[in-house]
Every structure is written in C-alpha cells, then in structure tokens.
Design a protein around this ligand. Structure first.
Ligand SMILES: CC(C)(COP(=O)(O)OP(=O)(O)OC[C@H]1O[C@@H](n2cnc3c(N)ncnc32)[C@H](O)[C@@H]1OP(=O)(O)O)[C@@H](O)C(=O)NCCC(=O)NCCS
Length: 169
C-alpha cells in the first residue's frame, strides 16, 4: 500500500530513487534531509509500505512573485511582490510511474495547501515545470500557464479553495 507521509531521513536513505530526472533524484538524496532539518523546505513522501521505500515525493517552500511577473499575467502591476507557495519538486520513481502516484502526491499537496491557506496568506500556488510533459501533467489538474513563461504555472488560492476545500481527493 502507498501512503503519503511526513519526511523520514531513514526511509530516504534506504530507498533507491530514480525518476528519470537526475536533478530531482539528487535533491532527494543529498538535500532533502538538510532542508527539512532547517525548516527551509518541507518534503512529503509517497511510501511503499510493503517494500519499505520511497515511491515518490514532493516538496513545498514559500515563494514571492515579482510585481512584473504578476502584472503581465493578471493585467495590473501590484505595488508589492505577490506571496505564493512553490510546489518546488514532484517526482515518482520510474518503477511506480503510471500507477496514479503522481496524482496522489499532487492532490495531497493541494489539499494540504488548502488547509494551510486558512492560517498563512498566499495568493498563488506556483510550479516550475521541468519540461512540456510535466507542464501537461499540471495543466490536467487545473494549473494555468503564466503568459510569458511557458513552463511556469499557477493556481490561485481562490481556485485551490474552491476545488480542494472538502477533501475531494
Ligand atoms: C510527471 C510524473 C510526476 C507523473 O507521475 P505518475 O505517477 O507517472 O502519474 P500518474 O500515474 O499519477 O498519472 C496521472 C495522470 O497524469 C497523466 N500524466 C502522467 N505523466 C504525464 C506527463 N508526463 N504528461 C502528461 N500527462 C501525464 C497520466 O496519463 C494520468 O492521466 P489519466 O488519469 O487521465 O490516465 C512522473 O512521470 C515523474 O516523476 N516524472 C519525472 C519527474 C518529473 O518530470 N517531474 C515533474 C517535475 S516539474
């Protein structure tokens, strides 16, 4: 059974992990523990309980959109940077891809952010897709492209709340 759980350094240490994107694999192995300890980046794991290994992960971090970037997309230049959350990484190990774990992780992230949005102010959830395939994955679930950044996508907190308010996962 696959469950989404809090970060575990031990589980990461003992898991082979190869998503096909070496930068995402390396980050999990080499950076996630340190970032978790420092409270800089939060990482959540899709754990295969039977195999005792990581099947996938995502991480989130605070983010600010420049007034210029926000202005080009929303039609007005705000006076201040726009507070956001960055869904910084999302990856599934190759041997688990195509079985719904990417969707499980994305929905877990969005439901979690919806809950957090009641306590912490942010206007957008932002994703930097690594390539067009990944962008298509996010578009499928309601993200929209920034006008002049093809691989940068967002979901407004308003839409997040409308879609993920009552745990619809
Ligand atoms: C992109 C990724 C996270 C998808 O995870 P996954 O577990 O294979 O995806 P799922 O099985 O949950 O698929 C959910 C849906 O998304 C679609 N999908 C999956 N990968 C997709 C892709 N690359 N492009 C477009 N759609 C995709 C599936 O067809 C499925 O749709 P369906 O329910 O209508 O059949 C995974 O392929 C991955 O880790 N890739 C390498 C790392 C990467 O590129 N991460 C994104 C970084 S921005």
């Amino acid at each position: 059974m696959i469950i989404v759980r809090d970060f575990s350094r031990e589980l990461v240490k003992h898991s082979p992990f190869a998503s096909g994107e070496s930068s995402l694999d390396r980050w999990l192995k080499e950076q996630s523990g340190q970032q978790d300890r420092r409270n800089g980046v939060r990482t959540f794991l899709a754990a295969d309980e039977a195999a005792v290994r990581v099947a996938g992960y995502y991480s989130t971090v605070t983010y600010e959109l420049t007034p210029e970037d926000a202005g080009e997309t929303f039609g007005r230049i705000p006076r201040y940077p726009v507070p956001a959350v960055l869904l910084a990484r999302l990856a599934v190990d190759r041997s688990y891809q195509g079985s719904g774990i990417g969707r499980l992780l994305l929905f877990d992230a969005l439901a979690r952010l919806e809950r957090n949005s009641h306590d912490i102010g942010f206007e957008l959830v932002v994703v930097d897709a690594l390539h067009e395939d990944a962008a298509c994955f996010y578009l499928k679930y309601g993200f929209r492209r920034f006008l002049d950044h093809e691989l940068k996508l967002y979901m407004t907190t308003k839409d997040l709340r409308a879609t993920f308010a009552a745990d619809l996962t």
